[in-house]
Every structure is written in C-alpha cells, then in structure tokens.
Design a protein around this ligand. Structure first.
Ligand code: ZN
Length: 384
C-alpha cells in the first residue's frame, strides 16, 4: 500500500513537472490558472495611466521581449494574409500589448500568383491604398480588449508624391483620426529594385512639402525604410536620408532598421554606431527602429558587437523603437511570430532599467504617437 502511494506521488510530481516545463515553453499555456504563470504575464492595464499606484515591472519574472510591436506588416506582399483575428491572438499569446499595423509598401498585383516579391523579379511591387482600407475595416470590425492597436498609412509612393495629401484626406473622410502614423515607406530599398521600385530622388524629396506639413501639424511620425548602402559601399545612399532630415527638421522621422539590410551585413559596428549617434545628436526628431531578425543575426550576434549596441541604446534610450518586422503571409504560423519576437527582443534583456522601460516597455512609443501619452505609461521597474 505504502509503495503504491509512493508511486502515485512520484507520478503526480512528474506530471506537475511536465506541466511546468510546458508553461515556460509555450506562452499560450501561461493563461492557465497557475499564479506563477499569471505573475509573469503582462496586461494592458499595467500600462494604463491612472491615479492608483501600479505594480512595478519585475524584470526577473516578467518577459524581456518588447511589449510593443511597432513594425508589423498585417498585409503580405501577395496572396492571402493571416486572418486578422488570428493576428490579434498572436499578440495576446506573446504578451505584446501595443501594436502598430502597417500595410506593405511593396504589394504585388492582386492577380499575381506570387507571395514573395523576390521570387518574382520583374513583377511590379508597388504601394497602394488597398492595405490601409483593409486594416481600417478589420480594426473597426474586431475591437480588442487586451491589445492596443494603432494604424499606419502605408500607401504613399515617395518617388511619386503627387496626390499624397489628397489621399490622406480621403482616409480622413472614411476613417477620421484613425491613422496616427505613416509607413513603412521605401525611400530606397535595394532589395526591391528588381520589382519596379524607384527610389525617391533628391528632387522628389523636395516635392513632399504638402503631405509633410500635414504630418508635422498632426505630430504623425513618418517611418522610412532607407538603406544606408550595401557591403561594397556601406553609405552609398546616406545622402537621401540626410536630405529628408535637412528639408524636414520639424517632422518626426523613424529610420527603419537603423539603415541596415540583408545587402549590408558586414558594416563595422563602431562605424555604424558612430554614424547613427551623430545623426541622432544633430536631429532631435529622428528615431531608430531596431526591428528585423536580420539585425539580430548580423549585428547583435557576438558578445562584443552586442555589447556595443547595448551601450549605444543605453546612451540614447528615448530614441529607439522595438518591433519584429513580421510579414503576416497566410502560410505562417504563431510559432514563426513567436520566434521572430524572441530573436528581435533578445537584446532588450541586456539594457539598463532606464533604456528597458523606454524601449521594451513602450514609453518611447507613448511619447511619440499622437495622443498616447495621455492614456498610457510604462510601469516603473521594480528595485531589487
Ligand atoms: Zn518592414
């Protein structure tokens, strides 16, 4: 009898261990009733501004990945997207509480059989308004309780600025004040040259005045994919971004991926950080997006390089924004998103408390996006 009891106890202990391991591996299972698992999760209410005292953020227990995904393409290049409700479920399961939805600046024709533009060189991939209307319609149809969703206008073609202001007004008519961001727009994207992408020229940038004035007046940030250059000439295209910053110093500009790309994976980090630091110093309204697994894999991959970037982010805590650059193509699953959120969020674990609160816990986003700072605030970090 006693032996049987012993075996039962061991059995129960084993099952409990398995359940606990599963809870750690799979964020979704954290929605179970275990108090330890509940403590680890972060809710939208932990970020809501209010009078009462709020719980501090415990970095030892709560996730080190970003609570924001400020670089999420809810529309793919071509083919079907992941259904909107499923996308929302991904955020909830990953404890991402703030998401900024982009369309995509390089959409394949609706009747093309391609799902990825690089598989169809020669097929034009252009920005357009379809994405923005689809995102807005979904946003209205499926309101969210656990995730704050914001919308970004992705339609402008920067090399063809004629009519951008009118189309902003068209979105205003249909969805007043719903769009609080613009991007991701391609200033120069080398990877897209085979699909009819024409980078904006210096003259084109001069013709942005009308819509840039609207963005400036509304405090709407403009997120630009602007390749710095490529491995043979790391700063070949830098002059384009410099022209944007020179002409529009009063606009909030987000430089996506810090100018890095698959075409530029070998730049000396010291040179890159020096260049970025100078541009941040000289342009108080410039911000850097650090999304994309390419950055994590090519620049945050060794201890030396990673510590240089951590030091850089700690030195400019209020100027950095976190996201995944996930593209919601219909053939992807939650595991792909979860993986990308972890790869892009890994470096955040090393930030000091000040930079962690600003970047990983979203304070920079609340300060930058129109109207959010009145509603949201990152929690303070718990003291040891
Ligand atoms: Zn992107």
């Amino acid at each position: 009898m006693r032996n049987r009891l012993k075996i039962m106890c061991v059995g129960v202990a084993l099952i409990m261990m398995i359940v606990r391991v599963e809870a750690l591996d799979n964020p979704a299972s954290q929605s179970g009733s275990s108090t330890a698992a509940q403590e680890k999760r972060r809710s939208l209410s932990q970020f809501t501004k209010g009078d009462g005292t709020k719980a501090c953020y415990d970095r030892r227990k709560q996730p080190h990945t970003a609570v924001t995904d400020l670089h999420f393409h809810s529309q793919p290049f071509g083919g079907p997207s992941i259904p909107y409700k499923e996308q929302m479920d991904y955020f909830d399961r990953s404890d991402v509480r703030f998401v900024l939805l982009y369309g995509i600046g390089q959409q394949l024709p609706y009747d093309s059989s391609c799902t990825y533009y690089l598989d169809c060189i020669g097929t034009p991939a252009k920005p357009g308004m379809k994405n923005d209307f689809e995102n807005a319609a979904n946003y209205v149809e499926y309101p969210q309780d656990n995730t704050h969703v914001a919308l970004s206008m992705s339609f402008p073609d920067l090399s063809d600025p004629e009519g951008i202001a009118e189309r902003i007004h068209l979105l205003d008519d249909e969805y007043p004040s719903l769009f609080q961001w613009v991007g991701e727009l391609n200033l120069h994207k080398e990877a897209l040259r085979g699909n009819g992408h024409v980078p904006a020229s210096i003259e084109d940038i001069g013709r942005w005045k009308d819509f840039m004035l609207i963005l400036e007046e509304r405090g709407i940030p403009l997120a630009l994919h602007a390749d710095l250059g490529h491995d043979d000439n790391p700063t070949e295209h830098l002059h384009l971004m410099q022209e944007v910053l020179r002409r529009y110093p009063d606009n909030k500009i987000v430089w996506m991926h810090m100018g890095l790309s698959r075409e530029l994976v070998d730049m000396d980090p010291v040179q890159h950080i020096d260049l970025m630091s100078r541009h941040l110093d000289e342009n108080p309204k410039l911000f850097l997006d650090i999304s994309w697994t390419v950055l994590a894999e090519a620049y945050f991959d060794t201890r030396e390089k990673r510590s240089l970037y951590v030091e850089f982010f700690n030195a400019f805590p209020s100027r950095i924004l976190a996201g995944t650059d996930f593209v919601a193509a219909g053939n992807k699953t939650f595991e792909v998103y979860w993986n990308e959120a972890n790869i892009t969020g890994e470096i955040l674990a090393d930030l000091d408390d000040n930079a962690f609160r600003a970047i990983a816990l979203g304070q920079n986003y609340f300060d930058l996006a129109p109207g959010l700072a009145e509603k949201f605030e990152a929690p303070q970090i718990c003291r040891e």
